[in-house]
Write a protein that binds this ligand. Sequence first.
Ligand SMILES: Cc1cc2nc3c(=O)[nH]c(=O)nc-3n(C[C@H](O)[C@H](O)[C@H](O)COP(=O)(O)OP(=O)(O)OC[C@H]3O[C@@H](n4cnc5c(N)ncnc54)[C@H](O)[C@@H]3O)c2cc1C
Length: 337
Amino acid sequence: MTTIRVLGAGVAGLTCAYEFARAGESVEIVERAAAPGLGCSFHAGGMISPWCEEESAEPLIIEWGREALNYWTNTVPAAAIRGTLVVAPPRDRPDLIRFARLTSHYEKLGTEKIAALEPDLAGRFDEALFYPEEGHLDPRQAMAVLGERLKQSANVSFRFNTEAEAISESADWTIDCRGFAARDELPDLRGVKGEMLVLKTDEISLARPVRMLHPRHPVYIVPRGDGRFMIGATMIENEERSRVTARSVLELLSAVYAIHPAFGEAEIVEMGCDLRPAFPDNLPRLRRIGRTLYVNGLYRHGFLLAPALARRAAAVVLHGEFFPEVMDADPCERQRA
Ligand SMILES: Cc1cc2nc3c(=O)[nH]c(=O)nc-3n(C[C@H](O)[C@H](O)[C@H](O)COP(=O)(O)OP(=O)(O)OC[C@H]3O[C@@H](n4cnc5c(N)ncnc54)[C@H](O)[C@@H]3O)c2cc1C
């Protein structure tokens, strides 16, 4: 049995740990926080929407995103498949046309069908795109489900409140999933700031994520149940993670108010932000240096990509496989000093 130490219990760390545990390896997860999923993963919207991502993402994201749909509904059931609704204010109709041109697996809806799908949006938009096969999950719940499953595995142990650097015992392999914190070893990693809000209101209900297109401030709403809605997310090339700015709140709230004025009366129950870990091309990487495999660069696609990336991480370590789409030939050869 190989001993595997996973650093970081975000979506990358937990999905990796799960793959190694399923293969029967001995897995130790080291996390500086007191519980899993409290890093960047805590703030994610949890949209599993590969076809909407076709608008701006590489084909790899779409292909792996389809794997994620299967993972989060069958392997670790946490997602609901109720589709995604994409709308635009009348003046931004060209954006909707452009979005339709760049994406697939959607139906065009008119006023009546929009009302049938989301009664509270009746009369608010003339046109929409509906992606029926897409899903969404609550990232905090998904992390808890995965964390519990791992805790119940006889071959898995957790060390919370522990800094990776404080551990001196060796393992056969280290899987570094520290997110943006791994920049100390991965200098080409950058942080892309994302801010989000959670609103609570009983005045409106939505069954599925709604994305509203806008040339400068696109916004999405993900229903979380119990009258709560996650509103996301800003994308700012700035590595300042400690505060949510008034401008961002203003932009997110104005956009969401344009979707439905009932959000104007909602209670703001949470504001948060973090740094999405990203490489220069915004694609994920498996970077092997000696007996450490860095699993990182999930950018804005953590829940969409982690299952597929974790599967490949296990294949690299356990079967010596090589995945050119996410591995650089160069660092694979490099041995850590
Ligand atoms: C506002 C916002 C909205 C987003 N929406 C979506 C979305 O809708 N869908 C989607 O798929 N993705 C979304 N993302 C992106 C997603 O959240 C990230 O891609 C993902 O969380 C990155 O996961 P990770 O496991 O690499 O990092 P993290 O979740 O940050 O996990 C890293 C873990 O390592 C731990 N750690 C760090 N250093 C150490 C150390 N030295 N010792 C021990 N432990 C350590 C941290 O405490 C943390 O728990 C969003 C991000 C933001 C900010």
